[in-house]
Design a protein around this ligand. Structure first.
Ligand code: ZN
Ligand code: ZN
Length: 75
């Protein structure tokens, strides 16, 4: 499987490192981001925001869409 963005935008073929967790397209390391969802862990009375051990690969387009959703959630 080759990176979708490389073929679409750069008209070159590059092997994909994985598939986007959202849209399922194959993406290379250049066109994807590994996201570590933030989870809240409670220990005693203090709540700490720590990165979880889980991870997912997200392509550039879906990452931008996610960022947009996060930003608009504050307004
Ligand atoms: Zn690519
Ligand atoms: Zn995607």
């Amino acid at each position: 499987m080759n990176c979708y963005d490389c073929e679409e935008q750069l008209e070159r073929q590059k092997p994909a490192v994985g598939t986007c967790a959202h849209c399922g397209l194959g993406v290379c390391s250049e066109h994807s981001e590994v996201v570590h969802p933030v989870v809240r862990r409670f220990s005693g009375m203090t709540a700490a925001r720590v990165g979880s051990d889980s991870r997912r690969l997200v392509c550039g387009a879906c990452r931008r869409a996610e960022r947009g959703a996060e930003a608009s959630a504050y307004h």
